[in-house]
Write a protein that binds this ligand. Structure first.
Ligand code: C2O
Ligand code: CU
Length: 496
């Protein structure tokens, strides 16, 4: 059967509109690559590690000669990295001193509903009035259910395999501007299986949070918010906000000095809307320099070599690079083949001299990955992601809290089919899925492994096999283009 036809096809193109900075762009490859600090637990007991994080405004020196106000976890952008062990509980108390309330979602977390960062389960200070903030906005029905607490304890059982997760703001209607201001950080899960592989670690393991931003003349983040602090984005930017400065871990086009050795790059596209096609330039002779070992949901079965990697917002690729394939003194640029001018560059690696010890050998097998059997599926559901006159919809509906579009049973395999008119990175909460087909053909070259976000291109249908486990409740599916998400391209499903 052919993909269901969608009514109105938007022309392909950039999934957003470029907002130009009003200051001269800084020189590239000057700033040193920052590595976010790893957060220490405030205490630990036999079963869990406890952390405290306060979201606050702070001044950061992101661009030379300018101060930028960030809204950051612990006042930094990116926020501190949290590290968990698989099977060991992580409990994080979040507080907020921000001008607006916030909800915190652990993206990729296998998390019970009450800790999942539901967009109306807010953390904030006294005086925040959500009703006033959302007043006058149609389609914001259901706001009555909002609750604001001065602090919230997010409990993560961590019944999941090693993977690169990230945490970010998920506030109803304001996720785009709040993540843009800096509310995002890494959360890494480690386990025994991964440790046994002896992957590059320490200074040779680099989490890379890639995000484009634009800056106003005074150095502040420029974001085309609606006047009056209402949710949503100004009309020309409804397809997504694209910036002209590429930040990696908060630094513009940074440089990392590397040994002639294997490195582990945990790539995260934390942009609001920009898709990336990452490649190394020059390519080492023989190509295949980006050796993918993991995806959103952890290790692949075996390494997969790529010349370039497409990365939609919120996707993670766990990649190894052997810099000993380059002569000492080479400057290797990480480029974005979907960008142009400044956005075609991301960062660079300066390859050092000889003498670096490296014991690592790339294993042929990485992990035994369970395969969900589509033949066992008990249901097939289709979700159409489409624009209407005013907002972005799923199956013709804008998001309404409390209205579920599906009620899958825990422990059973289902086939979910995502059909789109435009670029939509489709994300499911609670559990990852496996892509089983694209446009009635085979999965694409970036679809391997457990995914929680899938890059769906204009006029495509992507089929995934999914099985939700353990936690009954209401969870979200949405487009991870944050402007689309804020403009209602989100839906709930309930598990039972
Ligand atoms: Cu990364 Cu529902 O979000
Ligand atoms: Cu979208």
């Amino acid at each position: 059967a052919a993909s269901p036809l969608i009514g109105r096809l938007l022309p392909p193109g950039e999934p957003g509109k470029l907002l130009r900075s009003s200051l001269p762009l800084p020189a590239r490859h000057q700033a040193e690559l920052p590595i976010p600090a790893v957060l220490k637990p405030v205490r630990s007991d036999a079963g869990a590690d406890y952390y405290e994080i306060t979201a606050r405004r702070a001044t950061a020196r992101l661009l030379p000669g300018h101060d930028t106000e960030v809204w950051g976890y612990q006042g930094t952008f990116p926020g501190p990295t949290v590290e968990s062990r698989s099977g060991r509980r992580t409990v994080i108390t979040h507080r907020s001193e921000l001008p607006r309330p916030t909800a915190v979602h652990l993206h990729g977390g296998h998390t019970p509903q009450d800790s999942d960062g539901y967009p109306l389960d807010l953390v904030g200070t006294a005086g925040h009035d959500m009703h006033a903030m959302h007043g006058g906005m149609e389609g914001m029905a259901g706001m009555d259910a909002a609750s604001i607490l001065p602090q919230r304890e997010y409990r993560y059982p961590m019944k999941q395999r090693a993977a690169t997760l990230w945490y970010h703001d998920h506030t109803m209607g304001f996720t785009g501007p709040q993540v843009y201001r800096g509310l995002a950080g890494f959360h890494l899960v480690r386990d025994e299986e991964e440790a046994a592989l002896g992957l590059p670690h320490g200074a040779r393991e680099l989490p890379l949070m890639i995000a484009d931003r634009s800056f106003a003349a005074d150095g502040s983040f420029a974001y085309p918010e609606l006047d009056g602090g209402r949710p949503g984005v100004q009309e020309p930017y409804m397809n997504g906000v694209l910036g002209d400065v590429m930040l990696v871990n908060g630094a513009p086009w940074p440089v990392a000095r590397v040994d002639r050795a294997w490195y582990r790059l945990r790539l995260l596209n934390a942009a609001n809307a920009r898709r990336l096609r990452l490649a190394l330039d020059p390519q080492p002779s023989g190509g295949g320099a980006l050796v993918q070992i993991g995806s959103d949901g952890g290790l692949l079965e075996r390494p997969l070599r790529h010349d370039s990697i497409d990365l939609a917002p919120a996707e993670r690729f766990d990649v190894l690079v052997d810099f000993s394939r380059y002569p000492a003194g080479t400057r290797v640029r990480l480029v974005n083949r979907l960008g142009s001018g400044p956005t075609a560059e991301v960062m660079c690696f300066d390859v050092g001299g000889d003498g670096a010890a490296d014991e690592f050998r790339l294993p042929e097998r990485l992990s035994a990955v369970e395969r969900l059997d589509p033949a066992k599926a008990v249901a097939t559901r289709t979700f159409v992601f489409q624009k209407d006159d005013r907002h972005w919809t799923i199956n013709g509906e804008g998001y309404r809290p409390g209205r579920a579009l599906a009620a899958p049973r825990l422990g059973q395999v289902e086939i979910w089919r995502f059909v789109t008119d435009f670029h939509h990175p489709v994300h499911l909460h609670l559990d990852p899925f496996q892509v089983i087909g694209r446009n009635n053909g085979d999965p694409g070259r970036y679809d391997t492994g457990w995914k929680d976000t899938v890059d769906v291109l204009p006029a495509q249908g992507v089929e995934v096999a999914v099985r939700f486990n353990d936690y009954a409740g209401r969870f979200l599916m949405h487009c991870h283009n944050l402007e689309h998400e804020d403009m209602a391209m989100m839906a709930e499903f309930t598990t039972e």
